[in-house]
Each structure stands twice: as structure tokens, then as C-alpha cells.
Design a binder for this molecule. Structure first.
Ligand code: ATP
Length: 238
């Protein structure tokens, strides 16, 4: 970690009952970086993101975000500090319109005036959502729902965006579109911690990565080094 680290996690442990989901996790994300977590199903990637956004409690360890110790802060306060989480499975409100989903995302952290400005910004970033603003979210395609989940997370103008499996279940062309949106976001100054099954594509747009196995970080390095690593190639790059 450096003085420019936006996020630093030290020695965190998470248990679910008797299951040790995270064991001594140490990681950092510097300002402006895209960092990817890769690992098999059940390795603890989602739990790591949920620990950071305070949706699960850590048993011990320290989480520092933008110089705030957030280890014990409630999730709604963490959102207001500019740390947003776009969860796995998208979780948009299916029976609400695109516009309603964005408004609800915005009211967590700001007032009506800023919410309407921010909605217009999302529509510039995601023209497909603009065209569908009055459509019920549940009737959007999978890729559009993913865009909505990301746009909703952006409503709080995050400095750090946690993205869980944004490409899951999407057709290849849409996957590429989602990845180009992520690159776009990065160029607007958003720092990103990404969890992805598609390790190949994810590492291609990342600065660094971490490999999680059974709740432990077993490997970390520059994304280009991980892409060339024989163990990573064999286990995750197909
Ligand atoms: P996936 O890609 O399948 O989501 P993951 O790497 O994100 O995998 P996690 O979802 O973080 O993994 O799960 C880590 C471990 O914790 C797994 O063994 C999982 O079964 C367990 N686990 C996750 N959530 C819970 C929960 N709410 N209660 C009990 N065990 C859980």
C-alpha cells in the first residue's frame, strides 16, 4: 500500500457460523486503479466485497477507506463516504421503472436536485437506459439490467466502486460492452475493485490482481504478470 491507497484491508477474517470464509486477507487498492479478484466458486470473492461495503461483519482485522476506519461502520454510512457496491445477480427492483431504480439509488445519499442531475449523467453514460427510462426493470435484458445495477451504484458519485460479477450470464457481445463501460468509468476517475469469473478479460483491463483460494490470498501481482503466470493460466484462464 502507498499513501495513495484508497482502500486498505489488513488481516481480515470472516466466519459464517463454523465456516471460515475469509482468512487473514490483506489487500489494497490505489486511487485510479482497477484491481481484480479472481478465484473459483466459493473462494470468498463476494464475501470480500461484502466485508468492505459492511454487509457482513469481520471477526477481526482492519478496513481503511479514504483514511476512514470503516471496520465497524454501518453500511449506509459507508455509501455516503463514496464507496458503492454493485452486487452479484444485479438485484434491480424488477417491478419499478429504470427511472425509479436510479432515483432510489440516489436518495440514499443526496437531495432531489442532485438526484435529477445524476440521473441525466447516467443516461449520458448508458444511452440504452435513457431510451428505456419508463420500462420496468424486470423486463430489461440481462445486459441492460447489469447496466442499471452499475448506473444505480454510480448515483452516489462513488470514489470506489465494488463490482461483483458484472459479466455473469451475459452474451459475449454484451460482455465486451460491459467491459468497455468499466474502462470508461476508470477514465472518469472511478477506482474499481472487480470480481470476475472471466479472469482473462478482467485482468486485461486491470492494473493488479489477487487470487483467492479457499478464503486465502495465494497470489498477487501486476495484471500482466498474472496473465503470464503458469498457475493462473492453468487454473483460471482456460
Ligand atoms: P461465487 O463466485 O460462487 O459467489 P465466491 O468466491 O464469491 O464464490 P463467497 O460467496 O464469498 O465465494 O463464499 C465463500 C464461502 O462462504 C463459501 O464456502 C460459501 O458457501 C460461504 N458462504 C457465503 N455466504 C454465506 C452465508 N450467508 N452463510 C453461510 N455460508 C456462506
Amino acid at each position: 500500500p502507498t499513501s495513495t491507497s484508497l482502500l486498505e484491508i489488513r488481516e481480515i477474517y470472516v466466519n459464517y457460523g463454523g465456516i471460515h470464509a475469509l482468512i487473514d486477507i490483506n489487500l489494497f487498492v490505489n486511487r485510479g486503479e482497477v484491481v481484480t479478484l479472481i478465484g473459483a466458486n466459493g473462494a470468498g470473492k463476494t464475501t470480500t466485497l461484502r466485508a468492505i461495503s459492511r454487509l457482513v461483519n469481520t471477526r477481526s482485522g482492519l478496513i481503511v477507506y479514504n483514511q476512514h476506519d470503516i471496520t465497524r461502520r454501518p453500511a449506509h454510512e459507508v455509501v455516503r463516504l463514496g464507496l458503492a457496491h454493485s452486487p452479484e445477480g444485479r438485484r434491480v427492483l424488477a417491478r419499478q421503472t429504470v427511472l425509479d431504480n436510479l432515483e432510489l439509488g440516489g436518495y440514499i445519499c443526496s437531495d432531489a436536485k442532485q438526484v435529477s442531475t445524476d440521473i441525466e449523467r447516467q443516461f449520458e453514460l448508458f444511452p440504452r437506459l435513457a431510451e428505456r427510462r419508463h420500462q420496468l426493470a424486470g423486463t430489461l435484458s440481462g445486459g441492460e439490467q447489469q447496466m442499471l445495477a452499475i448506473a444505480r451504484a454510480l448515483m452516489c458519485r462513488p470514489k470506489l466502486l465494488l463490482l461483483d460479477e458484472p459479466s455473469l450470464g451475459l452474451a459475449p457481445a454484451i460482455v465486451l460492452e460491459i467491459f468497455s463501460i468499466i474502462e470508461n468509468l476508470r477514465s472518469t476517475g472511478v477506482t474499481i475493485l472487480l470480481v470476475e469469473q472471466n479472469a482473462n478479460l478482467a485482468l486485461q483491463i486491470s492494473d493488479r490482481g489477487y487470487v483467492l483460494e479457499a478464503g486465502c490470498i495465494t497470489l498477487t501481482g501486476k495484471a500482466s504478470d498474472l496473465l503470464a503466470d503458469e498457475r493462473v493460466k492453468k487454473a483460471y484462464l482456460g
